[in-house]
Design a protein around this ligand. Structure first.
Ligand code: CP
Ligand code: NVA
Length: 310
């Protein structure tokens, strides 16, 4: 289904719809800079459910809703107890009677899908073990502020995780070029890459995989990395540090991409996937990515909440 009520994956949305979201995000950023706060969500309420920690997602969704004149309520698993105190079905059906939308960050992607199935209001993916679509939309905006995303060569090195899954799906929908450099053992999910392949056929996207980080980043315009140990994988951290060591984004790797901007969704583990020198250097655009979360998500909130209940 294209352009559904929910925002669970960028792959559910057409290129035109994603580009319309992007245009609105740019407009909202400019308005914000000028001190203007369009009150498009006046009187609306967003429930936010976090099973995992967050700085950026938590603050940008709450600030975003507030800036648009609405209100956000934060809920944690200890309060709601999905699966222990109450079923996902009942939580979704109750929330649908009170608020205008739900943003959820869950471990299981299937749980997020269940919430969306049972809710009669929009559900927005604030990150699952599988996907991070709001991040991908902020990344699109950050890339587009520097060059035409369809001309850009984007390289991602490190773990084949939720962040690269959404980046690859975004590239596939929009017809972008993405080179993914991961160890063989930690490639992106096969089912996600099948979806990427199918979407790329229609869009002309070029998404490739290699286990050689230098081959991945060679002459790229953007070099992107993320943590080697995602939330929930902490027990594997020591082993992962060994496996991913050759994929660190450092000055030596960046010699192969001399003009590249450096991206990271944050939080960064300084000295692991990225060095201090690179993260604090002038090629890093990571705080622009974080800034754009605010505006990308305001566009997503407007589009989903106001379409469901005009
Ligand atoms: N990038 C991102 O989603 O950050 P948080 O985990 O702090 O929300
Ligand atoms: N891959 C990371 C992204 C954090 C924003 C994680 O899932 O922990």
């Amino acid at each position: 289904m294209k352009n559904p009520m929910h925002f669970l994956s960028v792959a559910d949305w057409s290129a035109e719809a994603l580009l319309a979201l992007h245009d609105r995000a740019c407009e909202l950023k400019e308005l914000f800079r000028r001190g203007e706060r369009p009150q498009t969500l006046r009187g609306r309420t967003l429930a936010m459910y976090f099973e995992k920690p967050s700085l950026r997602t938590r603050v940008t969704f709450e600030a975003g809703v507030t800036q648009l004149g609405g209100h956000a309520i934060v809920l944690g698993p200890e309060q709601v107890g999905i699966g222990t105190r109450e079923s996902a079905r009942d939580v979704a059906r109750n929330l649908s009677r009170w608020v205008d939308g739900v943003m959820a960050r869950t471990f299981s992607h299937e749980l997020l899908e269940e919430l969306a199935r049972e809710a009669s209001i929009p559900v927005i993916n604030g990150l699952t073990d599988r996907l991070h679509p709001c991040q991908a939309m902020a990344d699109l905006q950050t890339i587009a502020e520097r060059m035409d995303p369809r001309e850009a060569v984007v390289a991602y090195v490190g773990d084949g995780n939720n962040v690269v899954h959404s980046l690859a799906l975004l590239a596939a929908v929009l017809g972008m070029q993405l080179r993914i450099g991961t160890p063989e053992s930690h490639r992106p999910d096969v089912a996600v890459m099948e979806q990427v392949k199918a979407l790329s056929k229609a869009s002309g996207a070029k998404v490739t995989m290699t286990d050689d980080p230098f081959e991945a980043v060679r002459d790229a315009h953007f070099v992107y990395t993320d943590t080697w140990t995602s939330m929930g994988q902490e027990a594997e951290a020591a082993e992962r540090r060994k496996i991913f060591a050759p994929y660190q984004v450092n000055d030596a790797l960046l010699e192969a991409a001399p003009a590249a901007f450096v991206m990271h969704c944050l939080p960064a583990h300084r000295g692991e996937e990225i060095t201090d020198a690179v993260l604090d250097g002038d090629r890093a655009i990571v705080y622009d990515q974080a800034e754009n979360r605010l505006h990308a998500q305001k566009a997503i909130l407007e589009r989903t909440l106001l379409t469901a209940r005009p």
